[in-house]
Design a protein around this ligand. Structure first.
Ligand code: ASP
Length: 429
């Protein structure tokens, strides 16, 4: 059985197991709850998440330092950065415009019955100056310890550029970094092989908690977000890929199944980053020079799925409270949501915090977030899968335009596949 099938099986079995446990409505001190659900399963899921997170900072540092060092040699850093950031902003702006348009057609907030409005504290959008200054680390060790991804990215780029200019000393250290990069890729391959078990645990927990009653009440909102996510995934990304690279989008989507499933199970593009990076490099064929920069940056600043939720949520909340928004307000929503995505972390649920900033900009009550919180857990899973697919798509487009895409790797269905130890004694790195 290939890895994707095993992951899917793990997810389905986990969900089934969780739903059955929820249905059994076990008492709090029941053995199955204390030992199995809150013990083995919760622990297993947490260990899987930790293993993924364990890889993020070292992988980004090492991989991007190597990438920047070889980029420095070609003098392409600025152009590559401009293209990548430009495409990230463009796809996010398209995502939120699509969401606003669909929501204005479907009107998810009209005719909704009584809903509880849990209170929700608004967050202020960080100012432009603070956002820019915060990209630069005062202390790289602190940036790494705190997992401040943009600061780690800036440090790795500068280190790579310096290695490139430091003559023999730079060459020696770069060789060490390149070896480390291979070793880390191997390590992430080993962790990916555990994914079916990890997602099983995460899905049991989800299945044992999630209720469908909220979805029935917020059904139209829920399905508008899902529809917009699907259109973005199945129409916008494939169009970008086809038009800008001539590649077959179906092959791309098939290769991205593993990061998508991990993103879906973990609800965190940050935790999924090691899987996305490995897939984009080894399975899609994007050279390390581009992937090591575009993917971590994308995981941090590119959140198309999140922007989609925000677009639909804004319309929903405005309609629910009977507040009319003008064309200008919608433009402001597009701008704030696009920019807010840069300053926020890629962790579960952060989309809602960003939403309060967007609502604030157009004078909608932050309490509106309380309306949709009940279905956000499930939507977070789906939009995170879209977020990582967008990161990989932009990396592929940029690589293709720079001649840094290996089309043979792209076309080979088995390239970089994680082979289970039982199938081969020498798994592909
Ligand atoms: N969970 C999303 C991510 O990590 C962010 C969000 O939409 O809350 O990409």
């Amino acid at each position: 059985m290939n890895l994707t099938t095993r992951i899917l099986l793990g997810m389905l079995l986990g969900l089934l197991c969780g739903v059955v446990l929820q249905w059994l409505a076990l008492p709090a001190d029941h053995f199955l709850r204390t030992f199995f659900l809150d013990g083995v399963i919760a622990g297993g899921g947490e260990i899987f998440l930790r293993l993924l997170r364990m890889m993020v900072v070292p992988l980004v540092l090492i991989s991007l330092t190597c990438g920047a060092a070889s980029l420095g040699a070609t003098g392409k850093v600025g152009r590559l950065g401009g293209k990548t950031i430009g495409l990230y902003l463009l796809t996010t702006a398209i995502a939120i415009s699509l969401a606003l348009s669909l929501a204005l057609i479907i009107d998810p907030g009209l005719g909704v019955g009584e809903l509880e409005t849990a209170s929700y504290a608004a967050k202020e959008a960080p100012g432009l100056k603070a956002t820019l200054v915060n990209i630069f680390p005062a202390n790289p060790i602190e940036a790494m310890a705190e997992g401040r991804m943009l600061q780690v990215i800036v440090f790795a780029i500068l280190l790579g550029l310096a290695l490139n200019q430091a003559g023999a000393a730079g060459k020696r250290i770069l060789a060490v970094f390149e070896d480390l990069n291979e070793i880390f890729m191997k390590l992430i391959t080993m962790i990916i092989a555990l994914t079916p078990y990890g997602v099983f645990c995460l899905m049991v927990t989800l299945g044992s908690r999630v209720g469908l009653s909220e979805i029935t009440k917020l059904g139209v909102y829920f399905f508008t977000v899902v529809l917009a996510l699907l259109v973005h995934l199945a129409v916008i990304y494939p169009t970008f890929l086809r038009v800008l690279t001539g590649l077959n989008p179906l092959i791309y989507l098939r290769k991205m199944r593993e990061p998508m499933l991990v993103a879906f199970s973990t609800s965190s593009s940050g935790a999924t980053l090691p899987v996305t990076l490995r897939t984009v490099e080894r399975r899609v064929g994007v050279d390390n020079k581009v992937a090591s920069f575009a993917v971590p940056l994308g995981a941090t600043i590119n959140m198309d799925g999140t922007a989609i939720m925000q677009g639909v949520a804004t319309v929903f909340i405005a309609q629910f409270f009977g507040i009319a928004l003008t064309a200008q307000d919608y433009l402001l929503v597009i701008m704030t949501a696009t920019l807010a995505s840069i300053g926020t972390a890629a962790v579960p649920g952060v989309g809602l915090i960003m939403l309060t900033m967007v609502l604030d900009q157009v004078g909608l009550p932050a309490a509106g977030v309380g309306l949709i919180i009940g279905v956000d857990r499930l939507l977070d899973m789906m939009r995170t899968a879209v977020n990582v697919t967008g990161d990989g798509m932009v990396a592929t487009v940029v690589a293709s335009s720079e001649g840094e895409l290996d089309r043979d790797v792209f076309a080979d269905p088995d390239a970089g596949a994680v082979i289970q130890p039982a199938q081969s004694s020498a798994p592909t790195q």
